[in-house]
Design a protein around this ligand. Structure first.
Ligand SMILES: *[C@@H]1O[C@H](CO)[C@@H](O)[C@H](O)[C@H]1NC(C)=O
Ligand SMILES: *[C@@H]1O[C@H](CO)[C@@H](O)[C@H](O)[C@H]1NC(C)=O
Ligand SMILES: *[C@@H]1O[C@H](CO)[C@@H](O)[C@H](O)[C@H]1NC(C)=O
Ligand SMILES: *[C@@H]1O[C@H](CO)[C@@H](O)[C@H](O)[C@H]1NC(C)=O
Ligand SMILES: *[C@@H]1O[C@H](CO)[C@@H](O)[C@H](O)[C@H]1NC(C)=O
Ligand SMILES: *[C@@H]1O[C@H](CO)[C@@H](O)[C@H](O)[C@H]1NC(C)=O
Length: 611
């Protein structure tokens, strides 16, 4: 406990030093807010340009920001611009310093204590020899970096098909979609008798009745790999069972080598390696999609705001709050994660270049689309919620968990926006906001963005709520605790195979030669736990505190402060609910899954883009 406090105390001291020595004041309020803050003067709160008593200094600030913040080339894939210019560069440097403070605790514990401890545990059992030995890598391990431990059920129930399929609706909910009966064709065939035996329907019947889903990672077949490591590029079918209503896997096609199609009727080892292949592709998908779909969308909108709005503007103030430390991630990712031979290359079969390519491939067609990829429209488009051409999913954990969180965000943002804009007219005549909207299109090139001018408060509420979603929930469903608790747990979720996929069915006597040995397993586990930030609750950096920054709130009004307090209570109660989940008598969690999914607990996830 003492050592926790010491590390924290040290962090605070360093942070304060960094904040105080900043060369500019544009985003000071964000900086000093996250951790206990030095009390900067807050005499001038947020104010719209028309009511600002210092219009001259305000205009001067914006003029120098337009010079100081420039759009630089994209980083980590051909996606959105990365900031440069004198102020942009200083901001990035500042964020990087903050990031290293943020991660220091985890780095020290992982390197100094956890890796040696896990290695000892593996040595004590004589190394990993069977599938069940992988549990030793997690049992009682990584207690500092992942205090909640592996999701209950993930170490015991990982061979179950329902666990595999329900991960598509929780750990990474962005890959699967329902196949429309008329508009879409089937990517591959499954033997009639196999489909009938499993589902009591043919593939065509499943398709026609709106019960068939696909998750397609075939694009990964075209990306470069690391020599000596192998992966697949799976396309998988899932279906809603006509009788039980369960969401289950039907078939997995590997799209590499002999291009075999596996089903649950195959030999145990065959079906397991098929599921592992899919999970490998899905882990790659989630990690690289998150860059393109969250960082690369929020950043250009904020960059446009830096160039068009004063730091006294309430919209800019809200964005500054959300974008805490955000500009650290791409450059640090470029330097230590996606660098040649870096962390990524050390664990994954597809190399760092593949990660960049995938982010660039996804950005213009899906990830970067501001309106259509929002939480609700995206789930409806993919037929996962409120489907009009097939039965509803019996359980959709991602939607059910996040919907109340999203509503809480919108409730707060509504009060915030309405407190500054009692009418749409005031918004319409806000020149800074209108400049921002234009800049987002012509300067930052945000894709599928609301058209300028912005004349309805509801649209501003939508924009700000979505950015808040991206920085917190949208990011962390794929990242942070999710990786070390569930989405990267061995042996179901390997980062690479150690030999090529089999050439025939029924020829795997032993899966172990395909899978990570002790060294590789330890590398994967220790890499993935680094994405968590276990001290957030003490730092007030979790989602519960998304709007609770002292400096931020001091610049607002009573109604906003009340709304922030209400938001906090709502998130705490959602968190209580998530923490109370247990298995029922049949061994299922409340969401009908054979594991308990609690990785996006609002007390646990950051409100900001942490990694
Ligand atoms: C990056 O993407 C843009 C827009 O999609 C495209 O025009 C450009 O050619 C791409 N650049 C590279 C280097 O691939
Ligand atoms: C399979 O479907 C047929 C109708 O297509 C139905 O009569 C039969 O009861 C179903 N069998 C099972 C086991 O659900
Ligand atoms: C695998 O089969 C699918 C169709 O079933 C086809 O589209 C794909 O190109 C094949 N891939 C390889 C590597 O043979
Ligand atoms: C689904 O439909 C319900 C009932 O009409 C509605 O309340 C909910 O907002 C819809 N959800 C989405 C994501 O559209
Ligand atoms: C573990 O696997 C890696 C990658 O295949 C290999 O380089 C290493 O020699 C193996 N270690 C042991 C102890 O077998
Ligand atoms: C899942 O695992 C837990 C123990 O971790 C067990 O209690 C439960 O019965 C299992 N559920 C199923 C459906 O097997």
């Amino acid at each position: 406990m003492l050592s926790h406090l010491f590390v924290n105390g040290l962090t605070f001291a360093l942070l304060s030093a960094i904040c105080l020595s900043l060369p500019y004041d544009g985003t000071q309020q964000v900086l000093s807010d996250h951790k206990p803050s030095i009390n900067l003067p807050t005499n001038d709160g947020f104010v719209l340009p028309v009511f600002d008593s210092k219009p001259v200094s305000r205009a001067e600030e914006i003029r120098s920001n337009r010079i100081g913040y420039q759009y630089g080339p994209p980083l980590l894939g051909n996606t959105s611009y990365f900031p440069t210019g004198p102020l942009g560069d200083a901001m990035v440097q500042r964020d990087k310093q903050m990031w290293f403070q943020d991660v220091q605790y985890v780095t020290e514990k992982v390197n100094g204590i956890e890796i040696p401890q896990a290695a000892r545990a593996l040595a004590e059992i004589g190394g990993i020899k069977t599938l069940s030995d992988y549990a030793t890598l997690y049992d009682g391990q990584w207690k500092y970096s992942i205090p909640d431990g592996v999701s209950p059920g993930m170490l015991t129930n990982w061979t179950q098909d329902l666990l595999f399929s329900m991960e598509r609706l929780s750990n990474n909910p962005y890959a699967v979609k329902r196949i429309h009966p008329e508009d879409q064709i089937l990517p591959f065939e499954v033997e009639q008798s196999t489909a009938k035996k499993l589902t009591n329907m043919s593939l065509e019947e499943l398709h026609r009745t709106g019960r068939l889903f696909v998750a397609d990672h075939s694009i990964q077949a075209g990306y470069p790999t690391i020599p000596g490591r192998w992966t697949a590029a799976c396309t998988a079918y899932f279906y809603i069972h006509p009788k039980s209503g369960d969401f289950l896997p039907l078939a997995i096609k590997t799209n590499v080598g002999r291009n075999l199609t596996y089903t649950p009727l195959d030999d145990e080892n065959d079906w397991l390696i098929a599921k592992m292949s899919f999970e490998m592709n899905d882990l790659f998908h989630g990690q690289n999609l998150h860059l393109a779909a969250t960082h690369d969308v929020a950043e250009p909108l904020h960059q446009a705001a830096l160039r068009t709005m004063s730091s006294r503007h309430p919209v800019r103030g809200l964005l500054d709050r959300l974008m805490y430390q955000a500009y650290a991630v791409r450059p640090i990712g470029d330097e230590v994660l996606y660098n040649p031979g870096g962390f990524f290359d050390q664990s994954f079969a597809l190399n760092n270049e593949a990660g960049r390519l995938f982010a660039g491939d996804m950005y213009p067609v899906y990830a970067g689309l501001f309106r259509s990829s929002q939480f609700r429209p995206d789930l409806v488009t993919r037929g996962l919620v409120n489907c009009t051409y097939g039965p509803q999913l019996k359980s959709m954990p991602f939607y059910e968990t996040v919907e109340p969180m999203m509503t809480a965000i919108e409730d707060f943002v509504t009060v915030y926006v309405e407190s500054y804009y009692p009418s749409d007219a005031l918004l319409t005549h806000d020149l800074e906001v209108q400049d921002w909207m234009v800049e987002a299109h012509v300067g930052a090139h945000v894709l599928d963005f609301h058209p300028a001018p912005l004349t309805e408060r509801a649209k501003l509420i939508n924009i700000l709520s979505h950015i808040a979603f991206l920085c917190g929930i949208g990011h962390h469903v794929l990242n942070a605790a999710t990786l070390g608790e569930a989405a990267g747990i061995l042996p179901l979720h390997p980062s690479a195979f150690q030999k090529p996929l089999p050439e025939c069915k029924g020829c795997i006597d032993d899966l172990m030669p395909y899978l990570h040995n002790d060294t590789e397993a330890l590398k994967q586990a220790s890499l993935l736990v680094r994405f968590n930030r276990p001290l957030l609750e003490e730092w007030d950096g979790n989602l519960v505190n998304q709007w609770s920054g002292k400096q931020f709130l001091a610049a607002t009004s009573d109604s906003v402060r009340e709304a922030a307090a209400k938001f906090k209570r709502t998130m705490e109660s959602i968190s209580d609910h998530i923490r109370a989940q247990v298995f029922d008598d049949n061994g299922f969690g409340p969401q009908g899954m054979p594991f308990i999914w609690r990785s996006i607990d609002p007390r646990k996830i950051p409100y900001y883009l942490c990694v």
